[in-house]
Each structure stands twice: as structure tokens, then as C-alpha cells.
Design a protein around this ligand. Structure first.
Ligand code: DGL
Length: 287
């Protein structure tokens, strides 16, 4: 059973920021990356609909891929559905990604911390509870961004991002109060670390940007049984798209992350635009 893959789940390319850390820590493991791009952006969904959607999708994913563990590499999904997933699929380990409020509260010197996230994550009770539990002594500003996840998607496909748009989205994170300034911004969406250099460049002053990816990967490693004996057969790591479509740019991106776009026929395709014919598997979320 040790060659069961690790399933990584996000609405789009954001979970790749967690995958890259997981690969470093677990080079012998096999990964299935699931981008629920048909449902992107999660941040704009109403909570009950998104909860049911993700629970329904996971019934299919667990059945199809029989992973050893599932990593919900998405704050917007985890803060909504991680408890419900554990309840619905008892016995299957889930690792969630939730805003890194605790480390931020431990590290801040000014006491002014901002949490940059999707509108969904910002309004979650889960996020509010994290703040009351761990950051009572801090002033935490929640900043919901409608645009950053989409900007990150576009940047990763096209290699270009409008810096003024990034500046405008991060600007509310920076506050000054009683001679003190925000000194930590929590990147509470897995899409955002791809833009962190642009954020550094456009920020009004330097801050510590917290990316929880390595901690998430470590948590997954700690829950996995060790690999016994010989290394598992070298099967490719695959990327699955719930839309049933992956254009040239996204296929190249996945290839860059060591993922082969998976087709239902069992064939693996790289650099192909002809995904529609073989989309039954990758349209897994849409039955
Ligand atoms: N990557 C997701 C997260 O960590 C959000 C992107 C979306 O809105 O779909 O929150």
C-alpha cells in the first residue's frame, strides 16, 4: 500500500506552491494534482454550494485514485470543508491549509498583522476563530482580494502580471498606528506565493510574507506511513483538470512542475490541445 499517491487539491495552480515543497520533502512519493478549475475561483462561491461541491468531488477522487493522503492545498476550501471531509471520509487522512495566524502572532514585533486571502477565506468563521484563539494580543487586519488569485493564474500561464493591480490589492494590508507599522502579511491563499516578488516590489515598506507551504508539506509527511523496502514503481505524477480542458500554456506549466496532464483513455499527453475528446476523467467534477 505504500505506493498509494498523495493527492493535492486546489481550484487552480495555487496548490503547486505546496506541491513544490512536498516534492523536496518526499521525493520518493507519487503525486496526483487535482485542479478544480471548473469551479475557479472558490473565493466567489456561496458556502453551502461550495461545501457540497467539494464533498461530492472528493467521493469520486478518493474512489478513483485511492490516495494515501489528501492535501487540501487551498485556504478557501480548507477553512470551509476540512472538518466535513474528515467526517464524511473517516479513516482517510486530510491535511488542510489554513491562514498562518499563529506563527504570525508569534513573530510580529509591531503587533500589526495582515491576513491576505480570498473573500471566501476572509469571511469564514474558521478564520475568525483562529484569530481569537491565537492572536488576541495583535491587531489583525483581514484583507479580502477579488483579483489576486486570478492575477496569479494569468502570471503563471503568461509570465506577465500588472504590477499596479498587485499594488492596489495589497495596499490595504499596510497600516500605521501609534508609530507602529504592519510587519507581517500572511499569504492565506496558495496562489499568492507565486506573486510574492511583485508584492515585495510594490509594497510601501518591507514586511515578512508568511507562506505556509513548507509547514503543510511537513504535516503531510508526518502523517504518512514510511515507505518499506524498494522504492515504488516509477509512475508519472499527474495533473487532473475538472473542466476537462488544459490548454497549451497550462500543460507546459504542469510539465514544468513534473506533472503529466492525465487523459481518461490512459494515454498521457504533453503539449496537446486535443483534450476535449478524452475529457471524461478530467471532467470528473461535473457529472
Ligand atoms: N488557492 C486558493 C486558496 O488557497 C484560492 C483561489 C480561489 O479563489 O479559487 O485560498
Amino acid at each position: 500500500m505504500t505506493d498509494q499517491p498523495i493527492l493535492m487539491f486546489d481550484s487552480g495552480v495555487g496548490g503547486l506552491t505546496v506541491l513544490r515543497e512536498a516534492r523536496v520533502l518526499m521525493p520518493d512519493r507519487r503525486f496526483i494534482y487535482v485542479a478544480d478549475d471548473a469551479a475557479f475561483p472558490f473565493g466567489a462561491w456561496e458556502e453551502p454550494a461550495l461545501r457540497e461541491h467539494i464533498l461530492g468531488l472528493f467521493a469520486k477522487l478518493l474512489d478513483r485514485f485511492a490516495p494515501a493522503i489528501s492535501v487540501i492545498a487551498c485556504n478557501t476550501a480548507s477553512t470551509l470543508v476540512i472538518d466535513a471531509l474528515r467526517e464524511r471520509f473517516p479513516g482517510h487522512p486530510f491535511v488542510g491549509t489554513v491562514p498562518a495566524v499563529k506563527p504570525a502572532a508569534e513573530r510580529t514585533r509591531s503587533g500589526l498583522v495582515s491576513v491576505l486571502a480570498t473573500p471566501g477565506t476572509v469571511k469564514r468563521q474558521y478564520t475568525r476563530d483562529l484569530i481569537s484563539k491565537w492572536a488576541q494580543k495583535c491587531h489583525v487586519r483581514l484583507v479580502g482580494s477579488d483579483r489576486l488569485a486570478g492575477l496569479s493564474e494569468a502570471y503563471m500561464r503568461q509570465g506577465f502580471v500588472d504590477e499596479d493591480a498587485v499594488r492596489a490589492e495589497i495596499e490595504p494590508c499596510f497600516i500605521e498606528r501609534d508609530g507602529m507599522r504592519t510587519d507581517i502579511v500572511v499569504l492565506a491563499c496558495t496562489h499568492y506565493p507565486f506573486l510574492v516578488n511583485r508584492m515585495r516590489k510594490t509594497a510601501p515598506w518591507p514586511v515578512d510574507w508568511i507562506d505556509p507551504a513548507e509547514a503543510i508539506a511537513r504535516r503531510a509527511l508526518s502523517l504518512l506511513p514510511p515507505i518499506n523496502g524498494a522504492l515504488p514503481q516509477a509512475e508519472p505524477d499527474i495533473a487532473v483538470f475538472t473542466s476537462g480542458k488544459a490548454d497549451f500554456a497550462v500543460s507546459r506549466l504542469m510539465q514544468g512542475f513534473g506533472l503529466t496532464v492525465h487523459l481518461d483513455s490512459g494515454k498521457a499527453a504533453r503539449h496537446s490541445n486535443r483534450f476535449e475528446d478524452d475529457a471524461a476523467l478530467i471532467r470528473i467534477g461535473q457529472d
